[in-house]
Design a protein around this ligand. Structure first.
Ligand SMILES: Cc1cc2nc3c(=O)[nH]c(=O)nc-3n(C[C@H](O)[C@H](O)[C@H](O)COP(=O)(O)OP(=O)(O)OC[C@H]3O[C@@H](n4cnc5c(N)ncnc54)[C@H](O)[C@@H]3O)c2cc1C
Length: 403
């Protein structure tokens, strides 16, 4: 692995650091206190749109051809996500852009679909969001069980079903919705559609009250006989021909792009907790005795080591993606490793700070509530271990393992 971070990536990190200090953290804290997401018409989002931020990470209008370098879009995505989440992971996810809806369009969409769907993100006049919806009341980890039904009719498709925990969907211009043409087919029935906001029958049912990460909305919605044009099927009919699980594989391929990003967000949270604890140890602990100071520093050293390892795992998964190599194993390793590191960092910081780490309205108390979801989104630890196990069997059987 050889990663030389290029100037564009450095600039992107610097921009997010500036936005993070000035806006993400204060707005994230305010949203947490008020138990309300940041309003979509907040002036901050207009400013972000004007900065050109929405265009970052679109990764061009087409995926790279085999053997062609795509630049560092995946590496940039993980480092920017880490930096933004250092300041506030909830506010970071609330930023305008295609979000989790981007990778499936990038990987499964036709050139026309990519052009059409990404066009709103190429302007700077107004903030625009997109979203991704796989999870259903009866299908979380086991995505093969989705029941949202897609029925083909003469001039398009009709979608009926219910989705839950879809982030940013209430403000999204479009949502990538995974549905099935026949639930009895399992994975082979999966198809990905783009549902535009104004589609009749698309109704937001509920915005969840989350324990943390309150700056963005996570919502349930229903699709009540939503009639969609034929070109709302991602990739078109031909994409699904020939390979029976192409729709499911498309979703998994999108997860390979998004898991390292979510993992790096956990790294950002871990860094925030680490810095809080380090500052307290440096400023207060000399007064509180050498032994206590040494014990705290030892614990911090352990956390620092884990943060460095987690960051490398994320970078490796991203680098593989940027260099057109299989990264399923590396993405699963990053996603299974980083969230427990963040949890340990927050817990360690809380025990170093003592009661100050539990006080409501304090950043650390908020981080303790924010961090849990990092293990859940884009597949829990148990699910990542299943992916790792499958790859291990691949290694033993002499098949390519992805990393
Ligand atoms: C803040 C937040 C934002 C989210 N945003 C989105 C979004 O934008 N779009 C979207 O589609 N979804 C989103 N999700 C949903 C998320 O992807 C699911 O919650 C996640 O996949 C787990 O599904 P579940 O909650 O149904 O848990 P379940 O699948 O019911 O799992 C419950 C427990 O059982 C374990 N488990 C399940 N199956 C197995 C197995 N085979 N072997 C071992 N253990 C197993 C799991 O690890 C977990 O511990 C979001 C969730 C949260 C919390």
């Amino acid at each position: 692995m050889e990663i030389a971070i290029d100037d564009d990536v450095r600039k992107a990190i610097e921009l997010v650091r500036m936005i993070g200090r000035e806006y993400l953290r204060p707005l994230g804290m305010e949203a947490d206190r008020q138990k309300r997401p940041i309003a979509p018409d907040h002036a901050f989002y207009a400013m972000v749109a004007k900065s050109g931020y929405m265009q970052q990470g679109l990764g061009g209008e087409r995926p790279a051809k085999p053997g062609e370098r795509r630049g560092q879009s995946a590496v940039r995505n993980v480092l920017v996500a880490e930096e933004g989440s250092y300041w506030d992971r909830g506010a970071m996810v609330s930023l305008p852009g295609p979000g989790l809806g981007g990778p499936p369009v990038q990987r499964m969409g036709t050139p026309e679909q990519r052009e059409r769907l990404f066009a709103p993100f190429r302007q700077r006049e107004r903030p625009v969001w997109a979203a991704f919806a796989m999870t259903e009341p009866g299908a979380g980890s086991d995505v093969a069980r989705i029941q949202t039904r897609a029925i083909k009719d003469r001039d398009g498709w009709v979608l009926t079903g219910q989705k839950m925990y879809s982030s940013n969907s209430p403000r999204a211009e479009w949502v990538v919705v995974f549905a099935t043409i026949d639930p009895s087919l399992g994975r082979a029935g999966h198809r990905a559609f783009v549902v535009e906001r104004e589609t009749p029958g698309f109704t937001i049912l509920r915005v969840e009250h989350k324990m943390g990460l309150r700056a963005y909305e996570t919502a349930s919605f229903s699709l009540d006989e939503c009639r969609l044009p034929a070109d709302s099927l991602l990739g078109g009919e031909s994409y699904y021909e020939g390979r029976s699980q192409r729709g499911f594989e498309g979703a998994m391929s999108a997860f390979n792009a998004t898991r390292p990003v979510i993992a790096s967000m956990a790294v950002g949270i871990a860094r925030a907790a680490f810095d809080l604890a380090r500052d307290v140890v440096v400023s207060d602990f000399p007064i509180q005795g050498e032994q206590r100071r040494r014990r705290a520093l030892e614990r911090l050293a352990g956390i620092r080591q884990q943060i460095a390892t987690a960051r490398l795992a994320c970078l490796k998964a991203a680098w593989l993606l940027d260099t057109e190599q299989p990264n399923a194993l590396a993405a699963a390793i990053a996603k299974s490793y980083a969230p427990p590191v963040a949890l340990a960092a927050v817990e360690t910081a809380q025990s170093i700070l003592g009661e100050a780490g539990m006080l409501q309205d304090a950043l650390l108390e908020k981080l303790a509530r924010d961090v849990k979801a990092m293990d859940i989104v884009e597949g829990t630890q148990q699910i990542q271990r299943r992916v790792i196990a499958k790859n291990v069997i691949g290694v033993l059987g002499g098949e390519p393992a992805g990393a």
